[in-house]
Ligand binder design. Structure first.
Ligand code: NAP
Length: 345
């Protein structure tokens, strides 16, 4: 047995010397070591870029999707999509807490993990169902959280499935609060999506009444929700994989271009669509898991843009509470989440 490590390296099978996120395979034996938490898992919330890739690869055939997910977990010991590299998070109940951990947790407490499934030891006994509209997989299974693996106890005042959906993207709006300053103009690519509406809401709050918020949506599917939220000065429809098209559409409404762009789409090839409409002095937040470092770095260089580009770290201090508070403060936002991702149960 390897020496227990707070980052979980004792569970890395290969390549040796790596951490669990970059490891090809980790040990998913469901034994709770002294510095771990063992959880009975009810639902996996698969990262949107990963779920979209699996859905497309299986032609939306749920049985094939089940098989693909089971194969990934059997091969890697974790739910890390080999194409996107991304994971998601889980909802579950505490089964055992390692004796070295001094935590305010009881057996049966309902928690959502706040670290990625791409580094979380997971065993799936059975996939019960897949909810295509929520990117969620209901399972019988177990997972391990390492000593550094953060989680949120499901609060009593919000339904668990809504909390799970919101916490999946908890880092996004919390980062917008840090990045967007008063009077900024902000472009959100994917503004109708789950993180998109949270980011649009926060962008309006941070930019204030003299700022500008532009929401790019892919189709009219989510226009109604965004209009109801009433935070965008402009809603434009466009394809985030077509940089020139979007650039011209943004220029039409805001000729001076934007200070901040938030990329929350779930498909590849949207790097230049983020960079082109952003001022050279601006900031770009790539939350999308389909972002390519190479395309962003070389693309920006190619058009002589020195905009600051930020990797969408899913974690920022107190991000979970921050995001749940947005749902508590805006009834409209809550209703949109309830309609899309949950129920009042
Ligand atoms: P989501 O709810 O599925 O939203 C994605 C949005 O992108 C949808 O509104 C979709 O619009 C839009 N979109 C797709 N293709 C587009 C295109 N060609 N042009 C314009 N818009 C397009 O996803 P989410 O859960 O908010 O996640 C957003 C991104 O964040 C994903 O890439 C996800 O992997 C990533 N993520 C990152 C972290 C992190 O830690 N950095 C954590 C969680 C998630 P339609 O539905 O109308 O096509």
């Amino acid at each position: 047995m390897k020496e227990l490590c707070k980052y979980g390296t004792h569970r890395v099978i290969y390549p040796e010397g790596t951490l669990p996120q970059t490891a090809e395979k980790i040990d998913n034996e469901m034994v709770c070591h002294d510095n771990e938490i063992l959880v009975d898992v009810d639902t996996l919330n698969i990262d949107s870029a990963s779920f979209t890739q699996i859905k497309n690869a299986c032609n939306i055939d749920v049985e094939k999707m089940k098989e693909m997910i089971e194969n990934i977990v059997n091969n890697k010991g974790k739910m890390q999509n080999p194409v996107t590299g991304s994971g998601g998070m889980f909802l579950g109940r505490i089964k055992e807490v390692g004796k070295n951990l001094n935590l305010d947790l009881n057996v049966g407490d309902k928690i959502a993990s706040l670290v990625s499934l791409s580094l979380t030891p997971l065993k799936i006994e059975k996939i019960i169902s897949i909810d295509l509209s929520k990117d969620q997989v209901n399972i019988i299974g177990q997972a391990i959280l390492f000593e550094t693996g953060i989680y949120a106890v499901i609060p009593n005042d919000l339904p668990a499935n809504i909390v799970l959906s919101a916490l999946d993207v908890a880092g996004a709006a919390a980062q917008v609060e840090k990045l967007v300053k008063k009077d900024d103009s902000v472009l959100i690519l994917g503004a109708g999506g789950k993180s998109g509406i949270l980011c649009a809401y926060q962008a309006r709050k941070s930019a204030g009444k003299n700022g500008k918020v532009i929401g790019l949506i892919h189709s009219d599917r989510h226009r109604h929700d965004l209009e109801k939220l009433n935070v965008c000065d402009y809603i434009i429809v466009g394809d985030a994989t077509k940089p020139m098209e979007v650039y011209h559409k943004v220029k039409e409404v805001l000729p001076e271009m934007v200070d901040v762009t938030i990329n929350v789409v779930n498909v590849p090839n949207s790097e230049m669509t983020s960079i082109l409409p952003t001022k050279s002095t601006g900031r770009i937040y790539f939350f999308s898991m389909a972002t390519s470092f190479t395309k962003a770095a070389l693309g920006a260089e190619g058009i002589a843009s020195e905009a600051l580009m930020i990797i969408g770290n899913g974690y920022t201090k107190d991000h979970a509470e921050f995001t749940l508070d947005l749902l508590r403060e805006s009834k409209v936002l809550y209703e949109i989440f309830k309609e899309r991702y949950g129920s009042d149960k």
